[in-house]
Design a protein around this ligand. Sequence first.
Ligand SMILES: [Zn+2]
Ligand SMILES: [Zn+2]
Length: 348
Amino acid sequence: MRATIFHAPGRVTVEDRPTPVAGPGEVRLRVAATSLCASDVRVYRGEKYALPGVIPGHEVAGVVDQLGEGVSGIAEGDRVILCPIVACNRCRYCLLGRRNRCVERKTLGYDLDGGFAEHLVVPASLVSSGHVIGIPDALPLDLAAITEPAACTLASLELCEVGAGASMLIMGAGPMGMLHLLLGRALGAGPIIVTEPMAERRAIASRWGADIVLDPAVDDVAGAVKAATGDGADAVIVSVGLGEMVAPALSYVRPQGVVNLFAGFAKGAPAVPFDPNLVHYGEVILTGSQNATTDQYRRTTHLLGQTPHIDEVVTNRYGIEHAPEAYSARLALDGLKSLVQFPGVDRA
Ligand SMILES: [Zn+2]
Ligand SMILES: [Zn+2]
């Protein structure tokens, strides 16, 4: 099969690999589409670890095409997505149902082969713990590929209690900021305010339903947030991994509101100062969120089909031979999300 291989930061190639076979307890997917994550780009930049020689890609949708011995509850031909976290199922977090926080977790696409290849064998522990998730008939596989980032977004919104009528400030309208906008809208949040330095992205955020869109270099963000919300946003989402955004984020949230550092920050980035009294006297919750529970993945597959504009988040599409270009497009901030598509799969 043809597969994308991560060798080292800055070096990703497309090569032949033996087509894997499903062993006991495993299932094999014919991959339909895999989208490229900001964290894949961080690996490419050398800011995050991945095993040299691994097939990247954890945002996968496909069709089950082979069942290993002893697999039940899954059939050949099933249209599925994956929750790509291999968890121990024994630690405190696993027992709480938070397998995304497992202390021994491994992730497809970083530690184990992922979805930028024609086939992917799903490890037995993922199969047995329900991480192979069937999708609604109406959800196209190409769209289903972005379930993972959308589930991470749903987890973020639920952590921040963003539901109907909640005000939200999204700092950074990259792919993940845009997912917060679209899913927040679908859940009834508002007003939604977006800050973004790129004019092109500001225009998209307006078109996709942001109530107020600001250029942080020019506009009075604090004034606009106060005018729109009274005492600050219920939730502030920091969707860009820049430490200097933490202090302003704390000044835009209302007392007892939530600031979620949703983006990952480069390892070894310098510590950042902020006013601790904003947290103390404001009783503000400063948190982060990372990945999502299996149940959030399942619910996201239903939410995606009811989210206007969600299919427009994927702006760049490539065949497997051009998969490295998916990385260059992200590095150049060209469009929003890159998708590698595999022909020959029934994409209904
Ligand atoms: Zn991802
Ligand atoms: Zn665990």
